[in-house]
Design a binder for this molecule. Structure first.
Ligand SMILES: Cc1ncc(COP(=O)(O)O)c(C=O)c1O
Length: 401
C-alpha cells in the first residue's frame, strides 16, 4: 500500500440494523417537508453502467446533488429541515403537521417575529442556511474559515446573509459562531453536534436522509452491495448509513467512509480503536473544503463505528481524479459535474479497482463482478475556478513518488 494515496482501517460491523432516529419513517417525514418546498425535485441518480464494466463491477450509480434546489450541493436538505423543526418548536406544532407554505404564511411570520440563524461553514451548509432564512424572511449570519473561496462567500451573500470570513479553521469558526449566538440571542444551526448541542444537529442529519431515501427509491429492485460516503464531521454519512442499514437490513451494503488525509477524524477514531471519537487539529488543509473538519460528530460516529466496514484517509489528488473521470464519462454513461468534496468516492474506487497495490483491500471489501456500487456526488462545481483548473488544466495530478 502506498501511504501517499490512502490509508485505511477495516472495521467489523456489529449492528443488526437499528438506529431509530434515522429510520425509514424519519426519512419520510423529512422528504415530505422537502417536497413541500417550491422547486423541489428529486435529484438524478446518474448511471455509470459502462464505467462499471470497465472497472470490473456489475453496476455503478452516483446520486447527483449538484441539482439540489439549484444550490449545487446536498447541504440545504439539513439546514432547511432543522430550521423548519425550530419554527415548529416555537409554534408548538409537530413537523408532521406543517408544510412549507404554512411556515411562510403571514400569520406564522407575525407569530414568530424576527429570528436570526447563525452558523459556521466552509460553504455549502452556510448557503443552505442563508437560503432557508431568505425563504422564511428571516436573517442569517455566517462565519467562514480562513481561505474560503470567493465564489463560496458570494453564493452565501447572494441570499442576503451577513458573512464573516475569519482567520480561524473550521472548528474554531464553529466555536466563534456559538459564542456569537449566545451573546446576541441568535439561533445556532450547526451541522455538527457536541455535548449539550444535539437536537438541532439531529434534525439536520434527518434532513440529509431525503437524499438517501430518494436514491433507494430510484434504485428500486437494484440493491447496492457497496456504498462509499465521504465525511467531514460524519453527520451526513451517519444519517445515510443509519437509513441504509435499516432499509437493507437483510443484506446491508458494505460501507466505506472516506476523508481527506489532513482532516481524517473518523479514520483516526477508527484507528485508535477505543470506540471514542478523536479529533485532529491543524489547519486541515485539503482541496475537499466541505470535508475539512477535524472533530467527529458524536451522533454520526456512534452509528458509523458500529456499522461501517472501512474508514479511509486519502490524498487530494484522488478527488481531482474523480472530478476528471465524472466530467469525461465513458460514452453512453451519464455526465456528472462534481466538486472536490463530491467526487472523492469515484477517485477512491478507481484506485481500488485499478491499482494492484490495493488488491488486498479490494478483496477484503469484496469488490468485483457482482458488486453494485452507490456513490454520492454531494456537490457540483462550488468553486468554479478550481473546477476548471483541475478538469481542464490538470491541476492536482498524482504526486511523484
Ligand atoms: C459537499 C459536501 N460533501 C460532504 C460533506 C460532509 O458532510 P459531514 O460534515 O456531515 O460529514 C460536506 C459538509 O459540509 C459537504 O459540503
Amino acid at each position: 500500500m502506498c501511504e501517499k494515496d490512502m490509508l485505511y482501517v477495516l472495521n467489523n460491523p456489529v449492528v443488526d440494523g437499528k438506529f431509530p432516529t434515522f429510520s425509514t419513517d424519519a426519512a419520510q417525514d423529512a422528504m415530505r417537508l422537502h417536497a413541500s418546498i417550491p422547486g423541489y425535485q428529486s435529484t438524478p441518480l446518474a448511471h455509470l453502467g459502462r464505467l462499471a464494466k470497465v472497472w470490473g463491477l456489475k453496476d455503478l450509480y452516483i446520486k447527483d446533488e449538484s441539482y439540489r434546489f439549484g444550490l449545487n450541493a446536498f447541504k440545504v436538505l439539513g439546514g432547511s429541515y432543522a430550521v423548519a423543526n425550530l419554527l415548529c418548536e416555537k409554534l408548538g406544532k409537530s413537523i408532521g403537521e406543517v408544510d412549507f407554505d404554512y411556515l411562510i404564511s403571514a400569520a406564522v411570520r407575525r407569530q414568530l417575529g424576527d429570528m436570526t440563524f447563525v452558523t459556521a461553514t466552509d460553504g455549502n451548509h452556510g448557503r443552505g442556511i442563508a437560503w432557508a432564512a431568505e425563504k422564511l424572511q428571516q436573517k442569517a449570519v455566517v462565519y467562514m474559515p480562513k481561505g474560503s473561496a470567493a465564489a463560496r462567500v458570494k453564493s452565501i451573500e447572494a441570499h442576503g446573509a451577513t458573512v464573516h470570513v475569519t482567520d480561524l479553521n473550521y472548528d474554531e469558526a464553529v466555536r466563534l459562531a456559538s459564542e456569537q449566538a449566545a451573546k446576541n440571542g441568535w439561533y445556532m444551526v450547526q451541522d455538527t453536534a457536541w455535548e449539550g448541542y444535539t437536537k438541532i444537529p439531529t434534525w439536520i442529519m434527518q434532513g440529509y436522509m431525503t437524499m438517501a431515501m430518494e436514491a433507494i427509491g430510484q434504485l428500486g429492485e437494484q440493491q447496492p452491495t457497496h456504498v462509499f460516503i465521504q465525511a467531514g464531521v460524519g453527520a451526513m454519512a451517519g444519517a445515510v448509513q443509519g437509513l441504509l442499514v435499516e432499509y437493507y437490513k437483510d443484506k446491508p451494503p458494505v460501507t466505506v467512509i472516506v476523508e481527506p488525509k489532513n482532516a481524517a477524524c473518523l479514520y483516526k477514531s477508527a484507528a485508535v480503536g477505543d470506540g471514542l471519537p478523536h479529533a485532529v487539529s491543524g489547519d486541515l488543509q485539503t482541496i475537499m473544503a466541505g470535508l475539512a473538519c477535524g472533530e467527529p460528530n458524536p451522533i454520526g460516529w456512534d452509528i458509523l463505528k458500529q456499522s461501517a466496514s472501512c474508514f479511509m484517509s486519502v490524498d487530494d489528488y484522488l478527488a481531482a481524479n474523480g472530478m476528471r473521470i465524472l466530467s469525461c464519462p465513458v460514452l453512453g454513461d451519464d455526465r456528472v459535474i462534481a466538486g472536490e468534496s463530491g467526487s472523492i468516492g469515484v477517485g477512491v474506487l478507481d484506485l481500488i479497482m485499478n491499482d494492484a497495490d490495493y488488491r488486498e483491500l479490494k478483496n477484503a471489501l469484496g469488490l468485483g463482478a457482482d458488486s453494485v456500487v452507490l456513490l454520492f456526488n454531494t456537490e457540483g462545481n462550488t468553486d468554479p475556478v478550481n473546477f476548471r483548473q483541475i478538469v481542464w488544466y490538470g491541476k492536482h495530478l498524482k504526486p511523484k513518488q
